[in-house]
Design a protein around this ligand. Structure first.
Ligand SMILES: Cc1cc2nc3c(=O)[nH]c(=O)nc-3n(C[C@H](O)[C@H](O)[C@H](O)COP(=O)(O)OP(=O)(O)OC[C@H]3O[C@@H](n4cnc5c(N)ncnc54)[C@H](O)[C@@H]3O)c2cc1C
Length: 309
C-alpha cells in the first residue's frame, strides 16, 4: 500500500463509506494533478467494523458505521458522549454509510477549499498548496475563532472527534497508535502518512461516577455541521470536580482541548458560578474574525450547559 495516500498527495486514496470522498472528488477539492486515479475499498477488509469492550477499553473498528456507534448499547451506557455525538452526525442515510475512520479523516468544509470553482474562478488556497487563506480577509462566518496555527482558518468538522478527544481516545493505524491530541494537523487534517490507514479507535473506559456530555450547536437540526460543539468528561467526588477533560469542536482547525476551562473547574463545587467561570476561561484566548464573533457567546453558553448537565 505504499502509494495509498490519505491526504492530498498521491494518486490513490482509500475509500470507506464514500460519503465524503466522492463528494470531495465531485466538488473540486483535488487539483487535476492530484485527482485520485485509484480508490482502494477498505470495506472488503473483514472484521474492521466491530464495537466491543476489551478489559478497560472500548475498541471500535474503523469501518464501524456511525449509525451503529450511535445505537450501540455498549457505547450508550459507558461512553454516552460518543453515542450522542454519533447520533447528531448528518442524516440517517449518511450515518448508515459513513464510518468512524472516514468521519475522523474527512475533509474540512471551508467554502474556499471545498468549492473552488463556485467563487468566480479556481481558487488554490493555502490548504491546497497556495499561499493564501482566503477566509481571513473574506467571508469567515464558519471559520476558526482560535486562529490558524498553520495559516489555515478552516474548522475541523467531525462530531465524533470532539467527543473522542474528551474521552481521551487513541487512534490505531496499521503502523502505530496515536493519542487523539496528536492525531490532527491544522493544515493537512490528520497526521496519517502515505500508506497509513486507521484500523481501530480505542477509548478508555471512564471511571465510575464520571459525567460526560456532548452538545452541538448547528443552524439546522439535521444535515448540518457544528457551528460550535463541546464535549465534557468530569470525574466527580460528590459535587466536586476532581478531574476534567473539555473538548471544543467547530471553533479551530483541529478539535481543541480547553485546558483553561479544565483548570477553572477542577477542584470546584460544580454549580452555575463554576460553570460560568470555566466557560469564560475557555473563550479568554479566542481571537474571532470579522464575521464569526457570534461563536464566542454560543461557545460560552453551550459549555456552561454541558458542565451543568
Ligand atoms: C450531507 C452531509 C452532512 C454531514 N454532516 C456531518 C455532521 O453533521 N457531522 C459530522 O461529523 N460529519 C458530517 N458529515 C461528514 C460525514 O460524517 C462523513 O462524510 C463520513 O463520516 C465519512 O465516512 P466515510 O466512511 O463515508 O468516509 P469516506 O468518504 O469513504 O472517506 C473520507 C476520507 O477519509 C479517508 N478514510 C476513510 N476511511 C479511512 C481509514 N480507515 N483510514 C484512513 N483514512 C480513511 C478517505 O480516504 C477520505 O479521505 C456530513 C456529510 C454529508 C454528506
Amino acid at each position: 500500500m505504499a502509494d495509498v495516500s490519505t491526504n492530498l498527495t498521491g494518486s490513490a486514496r482509500v475509500i470507506a463509506g464514500g460519503t465524503d470522498l466522492l463528494n470531495a472528488m465531485e466538488t473540486g477539492i483535488f487539483p487535476s494533478s492530484q485527482y485520485p486515479t485509484t480508490l482502494v475499498n477498505l470495506k472488503t477488509i473483514p472484521n474492521l467494523n466491530t464495537i466491543a469492550v476489551s478489559g478497560q477499553t472500548l475498541k471500535i473498528g474503523a469501518l464501524a458505521k456511525i449509525a451503529d456507534i450511535a445505537s450501540s448499547s455498549v457505547v450508550q451506557s459507558g461512553y454516552s458522549a460518543l453515542a450522542s455525538a454519533a447520533s447528531q452526525v448528518a442524516t440517517p442515510q449518511v450515518r448508515n454509510m459513513g464510518t468512524l475512520g472516514g468521519n475522523l479523516a474527512q475533509s474540512v468544509q471551508c467554502w474556499y477549499y471545498r468549492y473552488p470553482d463556485r467563487l468566480g474562478g479556481r481558487i488554490v488556497c493555502l490548504r491546497k498548496g497556495g499561499t493564501t487563506c482566503y477566509a481571513v480577509g473574506g467571508v469567515n462566518t464558519y471559520h476558526s475563532i482560535y486562529g490558524g496555527p498553520k495559516g489555515c482558518y478552516a474548522v475541523y468538522p467531525s462530531d465524533t472527534a470532539t467527543a473522542l478527544m474528551a474521552l481521551n481516545a487513541s487512534i490505531v493505524t496499521n503502523t502505530r497508535t496515536i493519542p487523539i491530541e496528536s492525531f490532527f494537523d491544522a493544515l493537512t487534517g490528520t497526521v496519517l502518512g502515505s500508506g497509513e490507514v486507521i484500523t481501530e479507535v480505542d477509548v478508555p473506559t471512564p471511571a465510575s461516577g464520571t459525567k460526560q456530555t456532548y452538545i452541538k450547536f448547528a443552524q439546522r437540526k439535521a444535515i448540518d455541521f457544528a457551528v460550535v460543539s463541546v464535549s465534557t468528561l468530569l470525574t466527580m467526588n460528590g459535587n466536586t470536580v476532581t478531574a476534567a477533560r473539555i473538548a471544543l469542536g467547530g471553533v479551530a482547525p483541529t478539535p481543541m482541548r480547553s485546558t483553561a476551562a479544565e483548570s477553572a473547574v477542577v477542584g470546584q463545587t460544580l454549580n452555575a458560578t463554576a460553570a460560568a467561570a470555566a466557560a469564560s476561561a475557555a473563550v479568554a484566548s479566542a481571537t474571532p474574525l470579522a464575521y464569526n464573533t457570534y461563536k464566542v457567546p454560543i461557545l460560552k453558553s453551550i459549555l456552561t450547559q454541558a458542565l451543568l448537565t
